[in-house]
Design a protein around this ligand. Structure first.
Ligand code: BES
Ligand code: ZN
Ligand code: ZN
Length: 496
């Protein structure tokens, strides 16, 4: 889909449909739509009244123009209350626009961003948000369908006031890169375990490196063993697919900061010997979502090229039960020498992350962020739509929270405390991979990770078990992988 910026008159617009946006407080049509209404003999007002269109979020009013305008339709999309509106309202409006365009088989449309000015942001910011919403809302994972929907949207025109045109051309480009990087992540998350195994994930990282000129190092089992990654290796032992440790580096000429991103990369999590019951095992192809978000972030970095060095670190593995699998009660030694007693082989993510975080700490970056579908407990605590944020540096966590507010990727901080620190004391080793109690399970997982991070390095842990994947679809996310939190991470890196 091509996205262009426009600032022409609506009555001259030659797209097949003009989409404009209405707040629920709007009693009258905005002046430019009132102009169109005149040309259409008052049919916009009439339809609006007859159909009781109130501008509620997600509602729509479709007015055919019967040859009176170059466009075939004028469509009003409700965006809800002006008081509640923010940039994410605009993203959602973009997704509602593109979905309706698809349904009506409109391959070329105009989105009148000017009608959204009641939100506080400048029009170029809104143009970026609607672009993101359009591209994210248009996504589908249809690769394996023998009957694909052949209809494709060809062009979307974003209309802004003339004085915002130049800035919007830039911001729309940024929005396109961000949303496409997020869709790239979604594609990877949606691939099943028989297609993406650790080896394949490493190949994808290598392809990215080739395409954008990143450095890449893939470590195989022997090298992983030599590095002393006893926790990570144990998790991989039950699988016929060998582990691959991936280290990507984006190294720009000018670099102000160095950040390490660590992604949980379980290409499938069966639970291992503590095997998951069927209904919990379903969708566990998504247990590589953190890794996929790291790879999606790199896709955006390769195009946006910020002045910050970024490491992408993934300890990819598959958690399977087998005669060679690791077992409950096993004692493992991580890269930093910390001994870990296994309480449950299904708490495997933190074991792979333990060694990956040791590796990241040894690079001595200015900050570390890990993202992981780590605990069901986090989903219980916060619901499916919000990620749990934890870490060792409040200022750094605040920065992430602030950015996530802008991107609409909801995060909420969970508190560490010394009582829960005691909960992961093990019978016979330095630390247990589960809490003694199931209460505070997302936090005890975070506290486990803390043992493998250099305390002098600001570190954030994002538990994305809830929002990384959706079986129902929400806002601009169709069913499947969501690509959470790619836009937050990229935006954060762009601010460095
Ligand atoms: N991958 C799961 C966590 C998960 C659960 C992600 C649901 C997405 C949706 C993780 O490896 C896991 O199994 N965690 C256990 C930990 C427990 C054994 C302490 C869990 O959350 O039940
Ligand atoms: Zn697990
Ligand atoms: Zn897992």
């Amino acid at each position: 889909m091509e996205i262009k910026v426009h600032s022409g008159k609506l009555e001259k617009c030659k797209n097949r449909a003009i989409f404009s946006y209405t707040f629920s407080e709007d009693r009258k049509l905005p002046s430019e739509i009132a102009e169109l209404d005149k040309i259409l003999d008052g049919y916009i007002s009439k339809f609006r009244k007859d159909q009781k269109f109130k501008g509620e979020e997600g509602s729509e009013l479709i007015v055919p123009t019967f040859g009176k305008l170059p466009s075939e339709y004028v469509i009003l999309i409700g965006v809800g209350s002006k008081k509640k509106a923010d940039v994410d309202t605009v993203r959602r409006a973009g997704a509602n626009t593109v979905r309706l365009a698809k349904k009506l088989k409109i391959d070329k449309f105009l989105a009148n961003v000017e009608s959204l000015v009641a939100t506080k942001e400048s029009q170029d910011k809104l143009a970026q948000a609607i672009t993101e919403g359009i591209i994210l809302g248009n996504y589908s994972f249809d690769k394996y369908l023998s009957k694909k929907d052949k209809f494709k949207i060809k062009e979307a025109h974003i209309r802004v006031k003339r004085k915002f045109k130049a800035a919007s051309e830039k911001s729309v480009k940024t929005g396109k890169i961000l949303a496409e990087a997020q869709n790239f992540t979604r594609d990877l998350v949606n691939e099943p375990g028989n297609v993406i195994n650790p080896e394949k994930l490493a190949e994808i990282a290598e392809e990215l490196a080739k395409e954008y000129g990143f450095e890449v190092k893939i470590y195989d089992v022997d090298e992983i063993e030599k590095m002393g990654m006893g926790a990570y290796l144990a998790v991989a032992k039950g699988s016929a697919n060998p582990p691959k440790f991936i280290h990507l580096t984006y190294n720009p000429k000018k670099s102000k900061k160095e950040i390490a991103l660590v992604g949980k990369g379980l290409t499938f999590d069966s639970g291992g010997l503590n095997i998951k019951p069927g209904e919990h095992m379903r969708w566990m192809k998504m247990d590589k979502s953190g890794a996929c978000a790291v790879l999606g972030t790199f896709k955006a970095l390769g195009q946006l090229k910020p002045d910050v060095t970024v490491h992408g670190i993934i300890a990819a593995a598959e958690n399977m039960p087998d005669g060679k699998a690791y077992r409950p009660d096993d004692i493992l030694i991580a890269k930093n020498g910390v001994s870990i007693e296994v309480g449950n082989t299904d708490a495997e993510g933190r074991l792979t992350l333990a060694d990956a975080l040791c590796y990241a700490s040894e690079l001595k970056p200015d900050a570390i962020i890990d993202m992981a579908t780590l605990t069901g407990a986090c989903v219980v605590a916060l619901g499916e739509y919000t990620a749990g944020l934890m870490g060792n540096d409040q200022k750094f966590l605040n920065e992430i929270l602030e950015t996530s507010n802008e991107t609409g990727e909801w995060m909420w901080q969970l508190p560490f405390n010394d009582m829960l620190r005691q909960d992961i004391k093990a019978p016979s080793a330095d630390v247990y991979n589960i809490g003694q109690s199931r209460y505070g399970g997302a936090i005890t997982a975070g506290l486990f990770l803390e043992k493998f991070v250099d305390p002098d390095i600001p570190w954030a842990h994002i538990d994305i078990a809830g929002p990384a994947h959706t079986t129902k679809g929400w806002y601009y996310h169709p069913k499947g992988g969501t690509g959470f939190p790619v836009r937050t991470i990229v935006n954060l890196l762009m601010k460095k």
